[in-house]
Each structure stands twice: as C-alpha cells, then as structure tokens.
Design a protein around this ligand. Structure first.
Ligand code: FES
Length: 339
C-alpha cells in the first residue's frame, strides 16, 4: 500500500462520532429525503465510540458484558447488511467496490490529514460526493440516492478495515424486493391510515400502522391513537424471535424489558415525520445521555428514540437496531481514548 493510501486510511481511522456528525450534517441537503434520516440513524446505530471501546479492550467480551450489549453489535459481522434499511442499499455492491477502489486512487486526491475540523469535514464531504457521482453514473441512478449510502460505506471502512471491506459484497437481494420508487416511499411515510366514513368523529379510537422494517412487506402492526408503540407491538402476529434473538414471544418485534425508559432495550430509529409521535419528555432526554446516544439525538425531531416512550398519532415508520446496550457506561478513560 502506498503512503498516500496509508495517509487516507489514517485520516479515516482518526474520525470520531462528532466528525461524522459534521459530515452527515453537511451532506443532508445532498441526500435524497428517502435516506436523509436513515443516514443519521446508521451512524447512531454503529457509533465509533463503541467500535473503539471493543477494539481497544484487552477483554472485549468483558467490555460487552459491562456495557450490557445484546444482539449483533459488531459491524464486521454485518458489513453488507447493516444499511439494508436505507433505500440506497440496493446499490451497495457497486458502492462498496467504488469506495475500495477510491482508497486505491488516493494519489490523485491527497487526503486532508492536516487542517481544522471544518476543513476535515468539508474535504470528506467532497470525497463522498465525488464517489457518489461516479457510482450514480455507473448504475444510472440519481446522485442523491447514492450520497447517504456512500457516506455509510466510508464509515464502514473505518470500522472494519480495508482487508475486510474490499471483499466483494456477499450475494444478496440488496433491495430488489423493495420495488417502490424513492418518491413513493417518502410519500407513503407521510400518509396515515384512512379512518373510514366515521373517522372525523373518532379521536381516541383512531387506528394507525407502525412499520418496523420498511423494506420487507408485512413487517407492521396496528396502534391506537396515543397508544404506547411497544404495547401496540404485542398485537404483531408474526414470530420476530427468528429474526432477532432479543425479541420475546408475545412482546412484539421491538426488544423491551422495562417499558419505563430504564433499560435502553427499545431504542429505535424514526424514519417518518416525528410530528406523528409524542415528543420526548425530560426523562427520556436524560436517559439518552445515560445510555450514550448523545450526539445522535436532538430534542426536536430526534432520529433516535426510546420506543416505550412513543405514543403514535399517525402512521409511524421505525428501524430496530440490531443491538442494544448502555454505552453511556464507557468510563472517562475509554471515552478519552476513543476521542
Ligand atoms: S423498554 Fe426499557 S427503556 Fe424502553
């Protein structure tokens, strides 16, 4: 590997979650609305601070135990599927190949190792857009559909390393069953279920739909107006325990334990308009900090929420992360080492 390639990877490996937040914030306007929230959610689901805490640990199993990690928290185990909730994931094999090749061509684009935070993020923003533009031309798709998933590819490369990342994508469907256009998906997220002829007279007994795996048909359950989303999930008739070992029979697809914002099991990403769910109260916001989601949330329009604290007032589209835990337990030593 050339010095320039090494320098680029060194630059990539030194990025932290705050750097990625700046990058994703700057890219927001360039990402198609179908994936703008999804991109933010992916970086929350796979935080650099967790990756570093495990990678730098002398005893990763003990660290995982201390952080109460459950589910599939290693990105290396799911590099080709971690972003399957993104519409742009259908281009993943091309995106992965293009990003790996881009690293091999960094001699034509010197990596911005030096510079201010602003320069670092702007430079990476430009590089992500450059790769997105090339892939968009190759796959004959609009560039905004590629920008988010290309950012995710660079984030994945940072955590799994070049040797693993440059392997061809594993055979898979890559969104081939998700036949709707991106515009149609956005339109459907905004719609609420029709309430029938007597709907205007209903208030409490209005019924809506919660979709928890948008790319797969049938992954939804009904929720009453203002009902707790995790309680409503109990009506889900499918067996989600085969897909997610954390799901408990009869409790619905969203992993739950306490239902009182105490355990963090039920954290989810919110893809639909947050105006259709109850806003976070002070306790939930406090628990975000405790669980370690800070940096990925926002008091208004937060893409990360605790599902047991959500009350629906319209159709809701969620993403269930593949793991849960309390990374707020990372002590100051680990945090400063990860910074
Ligand atoms: S179920 Fe424990 S925080 Fe929601």
């Amino acid at each position: 590997m050339s010095d320039a390639q090494n320098a680029f990877l060194s630059f990539l490996y030194q990025l932290d979650d705050a750097d990625w937040k700046k990058v994703v914030d700057e890219l927001q306007w360039a990402i198609h609305p179908v994936d703008s929230r999804a991109t933010r959610i992916w970086f929350a689901f796979f935080p650099v601070k967790l990756h570093r805490a495990l990678a730098d640990s002398d005893d990763p199993a003990e660290t995982a135990r201390r952080l109460l990690l459950k589910g599939r928290y290693s990105l290396a185990d799911q590099v080709d599927s971690s972003a399957e909730f993104m519409y742009g994931h259908r281009y993943w094999p091309d995106v992965k190949r293009a990003v790996a090749e881009y690293v091999g061509q960094t001699l034509v684009c010197p990596p911005p190792v030096q510079g201010t935070d602003r320069q670092k993020s702007v430079s990476l923003v430009d590089q992500i857009r450059e790769v997105a533009r090339k892939v968009a031309e190759n796959v004959n798709a609009p560039e905004p559909l590629l920008v988010g998933v290309v950012a995710v590819a660079f984030g994945s490369l940072q955590q799994v390393g070049l040797d693993l990342f440059r392997r061809p994508a594993a055979p898979g469907k890559y969104g081939k069953d998700w036949s709707k256009s991106a515009e149609k998906v956005v339109e459907e997220r905004a719609k609420d279920d029709k309430q029938g002829l007597m709907g205007i007279f209903r208030s409490v007994n209005k019924m809506f739909t919660v979709n928890f795996c948008e790319q797969n048909p049938g992954c939804s359950f009904k929720v009453l107006n203002q009902q707790d989303v995790t309680m409503a999930g109990r009506s889900y008739k499918g067996d989600h325990t085969a897909q997610d070992s954390r799901a408990m029979p009869g409790e619905g697809p969203i992993p739950v334990e306490c239902r009182s914002a105490s355990c963090g099991s039920c954290w989810v990403g919110v893809l639909s308009d947050t105006g259709k769910i109850s806003p976070p109260n002070a306790r939930e916001i406090d628990r975000w900090r405790y669980f370690g989601y800070e940096g990925f949330t926002g008091d208004k329009d937060s893409p990360i929420r605790l599902a047991c604290q959500l009350k629906a007032s319209g159709n809701v589209t969620l993403v269930i992360p593949p793991w849960n835990g309390q990374i707020g337990k990372l002590d100051e030593k680990e945090k400063s080492a990860a910074a």
